[in-house]
Design a protein around this ligand. Structure first.
Ligand SMILES: [Zn+2]
Ligand SMILES: [Zn+2]
Length: 385
């Protein structure tokens, strides 16, 4: 089959690789019909999340069930499914306690410690040997383990593009808003107007937020947030400017909830200087720091942007003085996806209006370039195998 293969830093190509096979009774093989490139795929491409051998990337995908193992009774050949990005067993302590993304069975390299290069949380598709060594879905076919727990059958009448983002970015944006404990009327400031930042904005409105603001370095992404999620927008010039604007919008106090939908990517230039993530321990978490300043006292900072390395200047004094609640993690997609599928089906939310590029899988390497370099006003790329 054809698949997008990561070889080494800044080197991906569409290659012929072996077709996946059923390996365990709870496996299914899915013929991929749509898959997307995610900002976190770029962390692998850039080497910030290291991967030392070839691997098929892609954790946002959907398709048609081709074959199921003997242990999968809820799916059959021909079913059309969307697949959550975390690989989760459905039976362990964490899967039973609303934390499928912390599954303790799916990742052979997982463990309790959450170290820099060791003992990560639950596995994810196409997300390096640190996260379970599973090939991903930017491919014609993909093996889905624990297929009786992850994949969701897509109701008739919904197109691929209407539901594809239930695999990651909508549940991830929803998690960010959910952790913000939005009850109604809150001002929610979302740092980042990429796909996840826009999905967080849509989620905040659905939960009853009073004002939703996206902040970004790129005007075209803010334009997309305004158009797709009806956000107010702030073009980031510097931290002080953004913090002052948010305070001026909130009687001087700051936002009730700040969402970090950027993560360590904001410190890319610093990371690039460090070359490898392993020795990188200096600097400040820029966006997280801005969130802690822009949030009101007693407010919540919710983080879905990825942080993969330690920082030695974390502003713990500000967090303590202001009484801020801080939450962040890989989103537990499985606990949200059914409710979110229903919102899509009922027309309460539209997800596909952020797609700017549609390309065949054969052009995936080129698609990575466009997305990485933010060329051609690229917000989200969907690949068709
Ligand atoms: Zn993703
Ligand atoms: Zn589990």
């Amino acid at each position: 089959m054809k698949a997008l293969v990561f070889h080494k830093i800044n080197d991906v190509s569409v290659d012929n690789v072996d077709d996946p096979k059923i390996e365990q009774p709870r496996d299914a093989i899915i013929r991929v019909t749509s898959t997307a490139i995610c900002g976190s795929d770029l962390h692998i491409l850039d080497g910030f999340v290291p991967q030392m051998r070839d691997m098929v990337l892609g954790h946002e995908f959907m398709g048609i069930v081709e074959e199921v193992g003997s242990g999968v009774t809820n799916l059959k050949k021909g079913d059309r499914v969307v697949v959550p990005f975390p690989v989760s067993c459905g039976t362990c302590f964490f899967c039973n306690n609303k934390w499928p993304s912390q599954c303790e069975n799916s990742n052979p390299n997982g463990g309790p410690d959450g170290g820099l290069m060791t003992e990560k949380g639950g596995a994810a598709f196409g997300y390096t040997d640190l996260y379970g060594s599973y090939n991903g879905g930017q491919a014609e076919y993909v093996r889905v383990p624990y297929a009786d727990f992850g994949p969701r059958i897509v109701p008739d009448g919904l197109t691929d593009e209407q539901v594809l983002f239930l695999s990651d970015i909508f549940p991830t944006g929803w998690a960010a808003a959910d952790w913000g404990r939005i009850k109604g009327g809150e001002t929610v400031a979302i740092f980042g107007a990429g796909p996840v930042g826009i999905m967080a904005a849509k989620s905040a409105w659905l939960m009853g937020a009073g004002r939703v603001i996206n902040i970004d370095l790129q005007q075209y992404r803010l334009d997309k947030a305004k158009q797709s999620a009806k956000s107010e927008t702030i073009l980031w010039e510097n931290e002080q400017q953004v913090v002052e604007i948010i305070r001026s919008m909130t009687e001087g106090r700051g936002a009730d909830v700040c969402i970090d939908a950027v993560g360590m990517e904001a410190d890319r230039s610093l990371l690039e200087k460090a070359k490898a993530v392993v020795n990188f321990e200096k600097g400040t978490p820029k966006v997280l720091e801005a969130c802690l300043r822009a949030v009101r006292r007693g407010g919540i900072v919710s983080v879905v942007g990825v942080y993969g390395s330690p920082f030695d200047n974390f502003p713990i004094h500000r967090w303590f003085d202001k009484g801020v609640t801080l939450m962040g993690a890989q989103a537990p997609v499985h606990i949200y996806i059914d409710h979110l599928m229903k919102l899509v089906q009922e027309g309460k939310v539209v997800l596909d209006d952020i797609i700017t590029h549609r390309l065949p899988l054969s052009e995936a390497a080129h698609a990575y370039d466009i997305f990485k370099n933010k060329e051609d006003n690229c917000v989200k790329v969907v690949l068709k195998p």
